[in-house]
Write a protein that binds this ligand. Sequence first.
Ligand SMILES: *Cc1c(COP(=O)(O)O)cnc(C)c1O
Length: 448
Amino acid sequence: MKKLDYERPILNKVNAGMPDKFGMKTKTATLSHIEEHSVTDILKEYGSPVYVISEPCIRKTYRTAYKAFSTRYPRVQFAWSYKTNYMNAVCKIFHSEGAWAEVVSGFEYSKAIENGISGDQIIFNGPEKSKEDLERAITDGAMIHLDGLDEFYFLGELAEKLNKKANVAIRINLNAGIYPQWDRFGFNLENGEAWHAINRIMLHDNMELVGLHTHMGTYITAVSAYAIAASKLADMAVRLQRKFNHSIKYLDLGGGFATRNTLKGAYLPGSDTCPSFDDYAEALTSALLGSELPPDKLPLLILETGRALIDESGYALGSVLANKRLVDGRRATVIDIGVNMLFTAFWYEHEVMPTKLNSEQTENTTIYGPLCMNIDIIREAIQFPLLQKGDAIVIPRIGAYNMTQWMQFIKLRPPVLLIDEDRKIHLIRKKESFQEFNAQENVPEHLK
Ligand SMILES: *Cc1c(COP(=O)(O)O)cnc(C)c1O
């Protein structure tokens, strides 16, 4: 028997048309189409849930970012942060726009090579680089960013054995006025560690110091932090010139630009507080151009922007599984998108959009994912309209970190679609299959 559309009556404050604390009406935005394709049609054809990525949006965002920097500083190079989203199709789009690759593991390094990037356009960051990883990077002429002194000695030995000169830079952590200050990666500037490491590299026969790098953190909304970091790196480059007569090839300011997503606990929505690429570029390049760096020998400015280049282009599409009442009378809506495919739900108050409204009436709702696990919450409290089982929903701005930090927990990973510039849909990652997944396992003889 079909379940009748009935809900037990409750008394509830009417929210429709009521102003909130900012004086605005609580109105639920809907999204029925992505790049001209109907969301419900996509779900019908590819199943629910599914990720969708917009190629036109990636290209537009990249060009906006590139323009902001290249119109203010003569030599700019982006390096795509693989861990932010390493779908090959996505990486290829960034590479076709001119971006190099920024990788933090041997696995990501292999991906970059497979995507047609040559070693001398790979920036190799991160705390773990194996012997094989480093030997390959030395041979390829990749830019190896040292994370600590142990790695310095290890790399030195390997380069000596290979009888090659390794291209190295150091990762520097510094005080740029942001809290918390990340100090677990690289060498500290203020306590002298970084300068100490630079002196050792300069005296090493098998190392060529090519760059200075910092990546201060992520979702940094203070553009002033970039100005401070840029002038500190510039001062370091000037000091190198003075002491060793050595011109540094590049200054790498890392990633960290914020997106329009709203952080948990933020007072205002991210769309109101997120600086533009122009804001970041103005602060950062003004600091470089205003430094003691000689204008005729300006180093290349490298940016490893991750989330700000891809967040906006990704969508999670799913369906409502059920509605229920919690014991305090609050409504709970269960959807088929859980934290297994939306890791960023731990940090962001993600916007959740119906494709259509059944009514203007909203009420305080908790949105749960499909996992049999208490932590599976997409929104703790959101003013949300009543949707029916099977209704489609869209979570926008999820392009960063979700397709890499997704978990194979309880469910297999969903497929990923790309809509290209001609609005054609491509399946860029198949839905994971039970057979493929199970094939990784081995049951010992005595348990068969
Ligand atoms: C993760 C990472 C990035 C990208 O950071 P976003 O905050 O996503 O821009 C850049 N550089 C390094 C070294 C990273 O680890």
